[in-house]
Design a protein around this ligand. Sequence first.
Ligand SMILES: C[S@@+](CC[C@H](N)C(=O)[O-])C[C@H]1O[C@@H](n2cnc3c(N)ncnc32)[C@H](O)[C@@H]1O
Length: 272
Amino acid sequence: MMMQTPDEQIEELFQQVRAADKYSHIFPELIRDLGRIELSKRRNLKEAVKATRNKLHQIGSAYQEKPIPYAKWLEELQHLPSTFNAPVTLNFIKGNLATHTSTNERLPIIERFFVETLAPIAPIHSILDLACGLTPLALPWMPVSDDIVYSACDIYQDMTDYVRSFFTHFGVNGAVKVCDLTKTVPQTRAQVAFLLKTIPCLEQLGKNAGKRLLEELQTDNILVSFPAHSLGGRSKGMVKNYESHFSELIRGKNWRITRFEFPGELTFMIQK
Ligand SMILES: C[S@@+](CC[C@H](N)C(=O)[O-])C[C@H]1O[C@@H](n2cnc3c(N)ncnc32)[C@H](O)[C@@H]1O
């Protein structure tokens, strides 16, 4: 058999990783970049495919216990009023938020979380939501102005497509796309950036990813949070660990920090 070139190997790895449904909507560039690293570390293609999938699971799929039914939601969305205040709309959105572990954990505090953390800078007129998950759907619970501009990105094409349709339905001025935050720091200007429960995921891909984002984002305010318990539900001293990790990330910076401790979410507002 003829030896494969490195490009052919990457392509084969990419096809094999994407063959599993749960990885089929992930930003192709990210899969190829991770694959390239794993191919250089592992003994063969099979091991590299497995390692790439493991990484993608840890940083993304682990938060989606079941496939998210975007097609069904899109259908239902068409029958909803196009304003947020109807109870039927808010119930539908809460149902959506519950399908992603991260937003599901925030549901019990959804009435307080954004109102309290954003109070000093409210009303918000522009948001840059990084590694957004389904958080943009929580817009009805955010203290925003009517002309809010909401930019968001994540590694999932199907998720970002849905968030875009959601914004279109409710007439929100939004820009939603796929991204790899370990590769590119978005330079979009906004009143506040969200980095919610995301830094630990990004640091699994690149040790300095969180620090670099905090330093290079072009927003005066950054709302950062960390999970206060693991996906399995144990707390294992996580608040203490993330508290000291956050101190490391901001060491030497002359930034104003406000700390909030919600059940399940240790949160900091950075004002530069
Ligand atoms: C723990 S979830 C948090 C989601 C959301 N921020 C929230 O608080 O509900 C982590 C998110 O990071 C995304 N993610 C992981 N690696 C990423 C990367 N390199 N670039 C952009 N997003 C990434 C995942 O897809 C997932 O949606």
